[in-house]
Design a protein around this ligand. Sequence first.
Ligand SMILES: [Zn+2]
Length: 437
Amino acid sequence: MRILLSVFLFCLFVPAAFCQNRADSLANRYKNYIAKYLDKENALSGYYSVDRDGISIFQSPNSKANNNVEYKIFWTELEQTKLLFGNLSTEDLLSLLKEKKENDLFSLPIETSKGSLTSSTSPQARSLKNMRIAIDPGHTAGTIEEARVEKKFIDIKADAATGLKADVQLIEGQLNLATALLLKEELERMGAIVMLTRTLPGQTAFGVSFKQWMQTSFKRAVDSLFIINEITNDDKQFLLTKADEKEIFRKLFSSLDTKERSRKMNAFKPNLSIIIHYNVDEKNTEWKKPSSKNFNMAFVGGSFMKNELEKEIDRFEFLRLMLSDDIRNSLNFSSYMLKSFVAELNVPIAKEKNADYLHEYCLSTEKEGVYCRNLTLTRLVHGTIVYGETLYQDNIEELFELAKHEVLINDIETSKRVKQVAAAYFNGILRFSGIIK
Ligand SMILES: [Zn+2]
């Protein structure tokens, strides 16, 4: 007993001489966590190691073979490092980690910025007053022409083949924006402070339309990406001389726009982040006819695939998702959202077998309908998030419901169905916050 007590006290008061039992249990815990949420194909061990000393990150499997560590977090530094993830910007923490390499973090002077980069909200907040909520209305299009460029639209003709009695057009960017604006209105009524990454039809995260961005920023963007080796000379020539609008949108603009969304959301320092999308049946090629399927699902970070740790920033986010509570908090938040989607929309939760991408790219979690998936925004947006994919737009019934013009929000005509979706998000937040059951 005396020996046990001594060991306990030793572990408690001498963190530098870290207790090996504790080190082993931490190593096991993190290995399990990585297998459960992060390393989808069990193919990334060339980029990290978890051992009795702590967690090491490597630039490549080759670096690992040569024991050339990019940076290492010792178990004795774990709590301090977790705190830094909540207090430093990505740039500051990344440069600190690179400078640190295998040194003890505590030996470096650490200046934390004012306020927290992210903060998780306890489900028992019971009020939305002053809660900071960031909302990203997915995509950009406000017209069918813009939607054709980003390929996020449904245009089904009435004929014998489709079985429709009237033509139907849907623009996902517009559905997402209307939902976000309706949700913002409700949240602000409850005292929340809400930021939208874009607020107008056709507007991108840069505050202008894609067409305006093409005129003012396209060439400069290509040049700067070439200078920082993000694109090759061939890519540059293709983009500047051969690519059409659609190709520029999909090969270049979409990723810049998405990164700008994540930058805005992180800069806002939200308590909660909500990314709004409407889904489609992936098997319904080109969405030229209606589908009978209809499901709800949500994504959170994790589920990195092989080759998805080649970039420095991605290894950093991998470590953040490993060390922070972001996945756990997001799973919890998203599960409240899923319950709300089902209750308010009367559409079932998607199981893994319901879509190929759910088993090919995602990891199922303990929360039904919430999947880890390494999307740009689930990876780059810090803190507690939900990436919502409510109902299938191409579903035979949803099509007509979504296309109706029954509700006006900021000069946008939308449907009662969209208002129900906004209400589902709103009630999900209220349920998560303990305001309603
Ligand atoms: Zn979408």
